[in-house]
Design a protein around this ligand. Structure first.
Ligand SMILES: Nc1ncnc2c1ncn2[C@@H]1O[C@H](COP(=O)(O)OP(=O)(O)O)[C@@H](O)[C@H]1O
Ligand SMILES: [Mg+2]
Length: 222
């Protein structure tokens, strides 16, 4: 079975704000196979969930070890990874990172610059997340749950092979969290793959597999 992404023996050292050196990851291994839709990353605050997502996203290339995409090694160079990221990765960040003064449609279109059918495709993505008719609304007028849906639409609009979500329901109430999970389920059935960093037991339970960052590595949770 092909792995969509795989990390082999990843080690990363960081300097903490107090100047101390910390071995954040040591010989960490990770894979997401084609046959699974979602993997949850759990672990206490500061254990490295966001840092690991940044490596998976190709945003951070300062580590030792191998990054493979569909069994091919990618060189951890900023240009290589930026190109890879543009083609393959959709990201949903904890704070959504939308532009408040832009419309919903414009925020989604930002993920597909220069695309000839940008309007149509962006509207399709908005329909997929249940935001039909929201095109011309400003982000500043939306609820937290609606903003999160826009962030998800922006992440999926280019049909990435992998969607990385950093605590995507962290700011949402339980009902809205359920709606987001149902949305992930629908998108998963349509072929999307997810790695989700989460504190929520419900989100973790929703995923096909759970991994916890423990002692600089990932450990499978039964
Ligand atoms: N680029 C970096 N430089 C310095 N420290 C970092 C860097 N990236 C992460 N860290 C440190 O790594 C630790 C893990 O952070 P993070 O990945 O945000 O954890 P989590 O998302 O699990 O809460 C933190 O202690 C943070 O200070
Ligand atoms: Mg984090």
């Amino acid at each position: 079975m092909t792995n969509i992404v795989e990390l082999r023996d990843i080690s990363k050292v960081v300097t903490e704000p107090n100047g101390q050196t910390r071995h954040l990851f040591e010989d960490l291994n990770f894979h997401l196979s084609e046959s699974e839709r979602s993997v949850a990353l759990i672990g206490r605050s500061g254990s490295g969930k966001s840092s690991l997502l940044r490596i998976l996203a190709g945003l951070d290339v300062s580590y030792q070890g191998q990054y493979l995409h569909r069994d091919r090694t990618l060189l951890p160079k900023p240009d290589t990874m930026a190109d890879y990221r543009r083609k393959n990765i959709g990201m949903v960040t904890q704070r959504y990172d939308l532009i408040d003064d832009f419309t919903v449609l414009r925020n989604v279109k930002m993920a597909i610059p220069g695309h000839k059918e940008a309007d149509t495709i962006a509207r399709q993505a908005l329909a997929a997340v249940g935001l039909e008719g929201f095109d011309r609304k400003r982000i500043s007028k939306l609820s937290g749950g609606e903003s999160q849906r826009v962030a998800i639409a922006r992440a999926i609009v280019k049909e990435p092979s992998l969607v990385l979500a950093d605590e995507p329901t962290g700011a949402l109430d339980e009902k809205t969290e359920t709606e987001v999970l149902e949305l992930f389920k629908t998108l998963g059935s349509a072929g999307a793959r997810f790695v989700i960093a989460t504190h929520s037991a419900r989100v973790a339970e929703f995923c096909d597999r759970r991994l916890i960052i423990e002692g600089n590595r990932l450990v499978q949770v039964p």
